[in-house]
Write a protein that binds this ligand. Structure first.
Ligand SMILES: Nc1ncnc2c1ncn2[C@@H]1O[C@H](COP(=O)(O)OP(=O)(O)O)[C@@H](O)[C@H]1O
Ligand SMILES: [Mg+2]
Length: 597
C-alpha cells in the first residue's frame, strides 16, 4: 500500500506523460550516461538515508551514554560517509545535467531538420515566431526537466520510499500516522497539478505570440516609423505582454496554493509525530536517538513529498512543452518523395509539360490560382510568361519546384510526373531567381556561393561578373567579405537581384527560372544583366516571368497568362495580332509616352 500511494504524485494524467515519454526516446542513445546517472542517484539517496543512522548512534552512544570515545568514532564515520556523499553528488549532478543538455541539443537539431523538409504551405498556417519560440523556449524547459527535475523527482522518490521503510523499522505505530496523512497531501497535488499544466500551455502560447510580434515589428521598422505607428505598436505589444502576464499569474497562483497546502499538511503531520513519539521516549519505550532518527527520516520524507510536488509543476510544464515540440517534430509534410522514386533518363533534357493544372492555395480553397493551365516547353527552349499581376505566373514556378501539389492535372519533367520523382533530384535541376530575392545573414561571397557550396572563390567572382554585380560588390567596404546584415538589409533591391542572379549562374542547373529577375534594376543595368542572362539561357530550358516586354523579345515563345490560364502564345509579332491583352500591354509599354521604358 505504501508504494502505491507514494507513487501517486508522479502520475499526472496519461496524456501529459505520454508526450514526455516521446521525448525520452531521445535518451535511448545514451544508455551509458543514463546508467552512470542512475547509479549516482541511487547511491546518493542511499547514503543520505544511512547518514541518519550515524545521527542515531551519535545521540544514543555519545550524548545519552556520555562516552566521548564512542562519540568520536561515530562522528568520524559520519564524516567519511558525508565525503563519499559529496563525491556521489558530484557524479549525479554531472551526468544528469549532461543528459539534459545533450538530449535538448538533439531535439533542437531534430526539430530543425524536420522543419526544413516541411512543405512551404505549413509555414503559411503556422507563424514563424511561434515555431522559433518552440525551438528555443520549449526546448529550454525540457532541458530543465531532463537535466534536473527528473533527477530531483527520482531522488526524492527514492528518499521517500527509503525513508518510509526506515520509519516503519524504527516505529510502526508512529509511521501509521504518517501514512494516514499521505492521501491528504496527494489530493490537492492531483487537482492543482492538472490546472497548472493547462495554464502552462497557454502561458507558453502567449509568449510565442509576443515573440512573433517583436520579429515582425523589427523587420519592418522603417514602415512602422514612416507611418508613425510606434504608439499603436507599443499598445498592441503591451496587450500581448499583459495577457502573457495574466496567464502566468494564474499559473503561479495555482502553484502557490499547491505549495501552501502541502507544507501545512506535511508539517502538521510532523508535529503530531513528535508529540506521540515524545510520549514514548518519556515512557522509555523508545530511545532519544531513535526519536531523533525518526524525526529526521520524517523530515526527509516530508521534504521529499514537498520537492516532488514542486517538480510535478515543472514536469507538467515540460509535458506541455514536449507536446508542442513533438507536434512540430511529427508534423507530416504534404510534399514528400515517394517510396519508390523514378529516376530521370540520362542525359537530362529539361522538357516541361504542364497538363490541365488546377491549383488553389490551401488558405483559399475556393479561388483557383491556376485554372486548367496547359503548356509545353521544349527542352532547351526559352519561354516568357507575361500577364497582369495575380495571373498565376509565380504560382506556376511553385508548381514546377513542387512546393505544392496541384488539385488536378500534372507537371511532367522529361516525361515523368514530378510526384514520382525524388524531390532532391527534381529540385537539383532548377536554378531560380525569385521575385523577392532571398538574402541570408552572412557576407556577399556566402550568399552567392549558396548556389553551389563547393564553388571556388574564383568561380564565385566569375558568376558575380556575369551578373554585373562585381562592380558594386568591389565598392562595398570589404568587397566580397562585406556583411549583408539580416535579410540583406544593407543592399538595394537591384543589388540583391544581381546577387541572386549570380547565385543562379553559379548553380549552373539545366532549367532556369527567372521571376521578374531584373525588375528592380535601372534600364542600363537591366540591359547588361539581360545580355548575361541571354548567354546563360543558351541551350538551357528557361522560363522568364517578365514585367517589361522589352526584356523578352528574344525568347522562343511568349505565353500570355490571365486568371490562372494561358490565353495566348506565340512570337511578339504574332501576339500583337492575335492577343488583345498582349497588344494592350505592348501599346502601354512601347508607346512613345510609355513610362515603364
Ligand atoms: N501563398 C499564397 N496563399 C494564397 N494565395 C496566394 C498565395 N500566393 C499567391 N496567391 C494568390 O494566387 C494568385 C496568383 O498569384 P501569383 O502567382 O503570385 O501571381 P503573379 O506572379 O502572376 O503576379 C493571386 O490571386 C494571389 O493573390
Ligand atoms: Mg509573381
Amino acid at each position: 500500500m505504501t508504494t502505491d500511494s507514494t507513487k501517486e504524485p508522479a502520475v499526472a494524467g496519461p496524456s501529459a506523460f505520454s508526450s514526455l515519454r516521446k521525448a525520452f526516446v531521445f535518451m535511448r542513445p545514451y544508455k551509458k550516461q543514463i546508467f552512470l546517472a542512475t547509479v549516482a542517484l541511487v547511491f546518493t539517496a542511499a547514503v543520505t538515508l544511512a547518514l541518519v543512522q550515524f545521527v542515531r548512534v551519535i545521540v544514543d552512544v555519545g550524548f545519552v551514554a556520555g562516552s566521548s570515545q564512542s562519540l568520536g568514532l561515530a562522528i568520524a564515520g559520519f564524516l567519511v560517509v558525508a565525503i563519499i556523499q559529496a563525491f556521489g553528488t558530484f557524479a549525479r549532478f554531472y551526468w544528469v545535467s549532461w543528459l539534459g543538455e545533450r538530449v535538448t541539443a538533439d531535439i533542437r537539431t531534430a526539430v530543425f531538420s524536420h522543419l526544413m523538409t516541411l512543405h512551404p504551405g505549413y509555414f503559411e498556417e503556422n507563424l514563424s515566431g511561434e515555431i522559433q519560440s518552440r525551438i528555443t523556449t520549449d526546448t529550454t524547459l525540457l532541458q530543465t526537466v531532463i537535466g534536473s527535475s527528473v533527477s530531483v523527482a527520482l531522488r526524492n522518490f527514492l528518499m521517500m520510499i527509503g525513508g518510509t521503510l526506515f520509519l516503519f523499522i524504527t516505529n510502526p505505530k508512529l509511521t501509521s500516522i504518517v501514512m494516514i496523512c499521505i492521501p491528504l497531501v496527494i489530493g490537492p497535488i492531483m487537482i492543482f497539478g492538472r490546472k497548472v499544466r493547462q495554464l502552462s500551455r497557454s502561458s507558453q502560447d502567449e509568449i510565442a505570440n509576443v515573440g512573433a510580434y517583436v520579429g515582425e515589428s523589427i523587420q519592418h521598422i522603417k514602415t512602422v516609423q514612416a507611418y508613425t505607428h510606434q504608439q499603436a505598436n507599443e499598445q498592441a505589444f503591451s496587450d500581448h505582454v499583459e495577457s502573457a502576464f495574466n496567464v502566468a499569474l494564474a499559473r503561479i497562483m495555482s502553484r502557490s496554493v499547491l505549495i501552501t497546502i502541502v507544507i501545512t499538511l506535511v508539517f502538521g503531520a510532523v508535529a503530531a509525530m513528535i508529540w506521540v513519539g515524545g510520549q514514548d521516549v518519556i515512557n522509555g519505550r523508545m530511545s532519544a536517538g531513535e526519536l531523533t532518527a525518526f524525526v529526521v527520516y520524517a523530515v526527509i520524507v516530508a521534504s521529499a513529498v514537498g520537492a516532488i510536488s514542486q517538480v510535478i509543476g515543472d514536469l507538467q510544464r515540460a509535458a506541455g512543452a514536449t507536446e508542442r515540440l513533438m507536434e512540430l517534430l511529427h508534423a507530416p509534410s504534404d510534399i514528400v518523395t515517394p517510396a519508390q522514386p523514378r529516376a530521370f533518363a540520362t542525359p537530362f533534357r529539361g522538357e516541361i509539360v504542364l497538363d490541365s493544372l488546377r491549383f488553389c492555395y490551401p488558405s483559399r480553397p475556393q479561388t483557383a490560382a491556376l485554372d486548367g493551365l496547359s503548356l509545353h516547353v521544349r527542352a532547351g527552349s526559352s519561354v516568357a510568361l507575361v500577364g497582369p499581376s495575380g495571373a498565376g505566373k509565380s504560382t506556376l514556378f511553385d508548381m514546377l519546384l513542387r512546393f505544392y501539389d496541384p488539385q488536378q492535372g500534372s507537371v511532367q519533367v522529361d516525361g515523368i510526373d514530378i510526384r514520382e520523382l525524388d524531390l532532391l533530384d527534381l529540385r537539383r535541376r532548377f536554378a531560380i531567381v525569385s521575385q523577392q530575392p532571398a538574402m541570408f545573414t552572412g557576407n556577399v561571397r556566402d550568399n552567392i556561393r549558396y548556389g553551389r557550396p563547393d564553388a571556388t572563390d574564383a568561380e564565385v567572382e566569375a558568376a558575380a561578373q556575369s551578373a554585373f554585380a562585381s562592380e558594386f560588390i568591389e565598392q562595398l567596404p570589404q568587397g566580397y567579405d562585406s556583411f549583408l546584415g539580416e535579410a540583406g538589409i544593407r543592399l538595394s533591391g537591384g543589388q540583391k537581384q544581381r546577387i541572386a542572379i549570380a547565385r543562379a549562374i553559379l548553380r549552373d542547373a539545366p532549367i532556369l527560372l527567372l521571376d521578374e529577375a531584373t525588375s528592380a534594376l535601372d534600364a542600363e543595368s537591366e540591359r547588361k544583366v539581360q545580355m548575361a542572362l541571354d548567354a546563360l539561357m543558351h541551350n538551357r530550358t528557361t522560363l522568364i516571368i517578365a514585367h517589361r516586354l522589352a526584356t523578352v523579345k528574344n525568347v522562343d515563345t511568349i505565353v500570355v497568362m490571365e486568371a490562372g490560364k494561358v490565353v495566348a502564345q506565340g512570337s511578339h509579332q504574332q501576339l500583337l495580332n492575335s492577343s488583345p491583352l498582349y497588344a494592350n500591354l505592348a501599346a502601354l509599354q512601347f508607346a512613345p509616352s510609355g513610362q515603364t521604358q
